[in-house]
Design a protein around this ligand. Structure first.
Ligand SMILES: Nc1ncnc2c1ncn2[C@@H]1O[C@H](COP(=O)(O)OP(=O)(O)O)[C@@H](O)[C@H]1O
Ligand SMILES: [Mg+2]
Length: 347
């Protein structure tokens, strides 16, 4: 088990500054997920922690040891990539054992670890098969097992599920959560997929353009976004933003799932008409035409297409943002301003 600390870390490739100044604390034993759009610096950050990439500035600590000059093999970190490579001529057992061969571990101990790990990832019945005779999900499990069997202090994964189909990905997510619980090791996981991040992480590090936008638990990230970027990154359809009406270029945000198709008491009520209706099963996604632009709504209420409704949003579901897109407190003054512009409570 280990904590990781990045202090004033910088990374440039030639003249291109990829990471300007990153400060990040990864808690011992946590399942930490770095999430953000493609190109924001997630893999670079991971590779600097593992030692596969040098730093242009700053320090990295694992526990209390500065590891800047410690080679990758000595950092006690195992890593699984999106494009994992298994040895095609070796059996599952041999592929997994390969991770241990240069560690001078006695045979009995090796066998014990392999059976433990295979029990965790559900490969016990497949130990003698060759990779060609395994499904995509089983192969990915071998890659995970090979990394786990080394019993690293830190276990890192870079988009390990991206090559799997949707159903298998969902299943593997649950398995990774269970693996983390059983192992108790620090997991650092990279993905561009907010759903993956939300479903697995204890700690989410949301990145954009080489910077951390917000770091918090999934619940906090969803309920308490610190800016418009976070509010819109998490959740689908994305958080509605009404822009251009409030004083001082403030903007009003609220999630589609908080939009009611009827008037509310403590909130705003806006005339709207249903433009499109998308049936998801238990929920329906509506796009509503309002005097302030299109608003997305996710609801269990089944309404007719093209009807006129009163769209209600409660004050308690609103986010207020400043001109700089940073979240502002929703105090009495804000409430009065929002009521004055968008029309107040129904009674
Ligand atoms: N070896 C490299 N040489 C030059 N630029 C690189 C290299 N690796 C990554 N980059 C650049 O660094 C930025 C961040 O990349 P990366 O960390 O791979 O992003 P992510 O994993 O979030 O998609 C991108 O703009 C990418 O083009
Ligand atoms: Mg990447």
């Amino acid at each position: 088990m280990s904590s990781i600390s990045l202090r004033n870390v910088k990374k440039s490739y030639g003249n291109e500054v990829v990471i300007e100044n990153l400060n990040l604390e990864i808690r011992d034993g946590s399942f930490t997920v770095l999430v953000g759009p493609s190109g924001c610096g997630k893999s670079t950050t991971l590779r600097m922690i593992t030692g596969l990439e040098t730093l242009s500035g700053g320090d990295i600590f694992i526990d209390d040891t500065r590891v800047n000059d410690v080679p990758p093999g000595k950092r006690d970190i195992s890593m699984v990539f999106q494009n994992y490579a298994l040895y095609p001529t070796m059996s599952v057992r041999e592929n997994i054992e390969f991770g241990l061969t240069n560690k001078k571990i006695p045979k009995e101990e090796r066998q014990r670890r392999i059976s433990d790990v295979c029990e965790i990832v559900g490969l016990t019945e497949y130990l003698d098969r060759k990779p060609a005779n395994l499904s995509g999900g089983q192969r990915q499990r071998v890659a995970l097992a090979r990394a786990m069997v080394k019993q690293p202090k830190v276990f890192m994964m870079d988009e390990p599920l991206s090559n799997l189909d949707a159903k298998l990905r969902t299943q593997m997510r649950v398995e990774l959560i269970n693996m983390h619980k059983r192992m108790g090791t620090t997991f650092v996981y990279v993905t561009h997929d907010q759903v993956e991040a939300m479903s697995m992480a204890d700690d989410i590090v949301l990145m954009n353009q080489g910077k951390i936008v917000q770091q918090s638990g999934p619940k906090e990230l969803y309920h308490n976004p610190n800016c418009i970027y976070t509010a819109q990154f998490v959740g689908s359809p994305q958080t509605n933003i009404l822009d251009g009406q409030l004083p001082e270029k403030m903007k009003l945000g609220f999630r589609p799932e908080k939009v009611r198709l009827h008037p509310v008491e403590a909130g705003i009520n806006i005339p709207a008409s249903i433009q499109t209706k998308e049936m998801l099963g238990s929920e329906i996604i509506y796009s509503l035409q309002t005097p302030y632009g299109v608003v997305m709504c996710k609801s269990e209420e089944d309404m007719e297409d093209a009807v006129k409704v009163t769209m209600g949003v409660e004050f308690s579901s609103m986010y207020l943002f400043g001109a700089d897109t940073v979240r502002l407190p929703f105090d009495d003054k804000a409430r009065a301003a929002v009521s004055a512009v968008f029309g107040g409570p129904s009674k």
